[in-house]
Write a protein that binds this ligand. Sequence first.
Ligand code: HEM
Length: 500
Amino acid sequence: HTLAEVPGPRMPSWLFGHGLQLQKAPVGAMYNRWAQRYGPTYKIGGAFGTLKLVLGDPKGAAHVLSSSNFVRPAAGRRMLVQFFGESLFSTEGDEHRRQRSVLNSAFTLASVRDVSNVIFDLAKNLAITWEEELDKSTEETGQIIEITGPIHRVALDAISMTAFAYDVGNSDHSIPELISKISNVPQSPVTLLASALADVLPVLTRLPSPMKEWTTMLRTELGRIADEVWSQAQESSGPMFHSKLLDSMNGAEEIHGVEMSRDRAIAQIVGVLFAGYETTANVIGECLYELARCPQVQEKLRKELVQFISKTGREPTFDDLFIGTQLPYLDAVTRETLRTKAVLMVIAREAVEHDKIPLLFPTHGVGSPYVLVNPGQIVYIPVRDGINVDKTIWGPDAGVFRPERWLEDGALPDTVNSIHAPGHLMTFGDGPKICLGRNFAIAEFKIVVSTLVRHFTFAPDRQLYDFYRTGGNTVKPKVRGREHEGVQLSLCISKFHTDE
Ligand code: HEM
């Protein structure tokens, strides 16, 4: 019941394993197909003949994510240090716990509620901008608008203004250009080869390459914003100072006993900026795309929102959106989007010591209820094309975007309870490293989606889109046949009038 007895696809290459295929394939083309063939637990090839355990088993995943015997892989941590510097993402054990406690107070539900007015304003401003654009248009059936740029912008403003009390819009950074540079991670053949081998030969990530330039750019540009944020925080102490996160980082040494040097603080800010805007922006973009393709879901959602406003005579507040049961369909659309459009393909871990990972579904072949792993074994927990959409867990329509499954009695099979993560969604991970910003992400998602769906109708444009795992491991859209143009997603948008 060691890895040798676990089934898996044939190795395409000793040198690259499945690394190249995984980087090039669009979403929906690899992990889910492998799972159908080999079951949820199988092995694939890493670089230089190494093996990776893919653990799409919910019990096994809960074991790995809750255990201190599994850490973020050393190669990934080195890359993250290159990205952000030494931050929450690259620490483990007690140091991770201490650093997390410093940042945590800014991301509780109460803290997110306190700053939510900023996100409401940003969503309204985006709606006004699009309305003005549509007023100028001569098209009667709506106008094609590229949505990734504006939504990334809202998300970057939301995290920087709320978490750091910092308005990027009023700084002298060229934000649209920066956003496009960050989204478009280089995909040259050299970069693909280097990334496929980086686990075993990390030095490759330090050699001059388009990827190296990209990471340096990321650190420099986001680092510059972070630097300004931290400098302002040092100057503006006292009652005028509103960022809980910076307050907490400023007091880290006295309150939490965590050393927070300037470099460390800047690394945390860069990390939160990066983790906090791209992820949420992509999931909002994918939701609008799905609503455009499912007009009946879109209409049902809009009807719920419009009826709420006519019944109460007011727009939904944070509590209506986030806590109450006032808008159940919005909640179902949110859960279904987070389930089917998770922006992370996999969560990776590395075993420190020997371990016996228990399984809910015995391995195909020998039928073992557990897998033994050696120290150093890399484990991938597949999220987007794995646990979140596995038919043995969610039923035969697992891959279908159907928000009703969250509302109908008995629509969720009992096996769903075997996913330990909150809400049975692996989208934000689980255990001590579960996403720090999940309350924030869900709030932003609901505020932006509910505002836009109330003001506009969305229809597909005529392009075919594929979604790729690119940069920071997140999933992003490209037009089929025009992949070289980079990340983009256009929808045909028209104004919605309440009397329609
Ligand atoms: C839909 C949006 C988001 C998704 C899907 C997402 C997903 C995740 C996942 C899966 C992890 C765990 C990684 C692991 O276990 O190795 C994580 C960690 C993290 N996320 Fe998010 N995230 C989102 C939004 C955000 C936001 C808005 C913020 C900040 C405001 C944020 C900050 C973080 C941080 C700091 C960590 C590291 C936690 C730690 O190491 O303790 N994320 N995220």
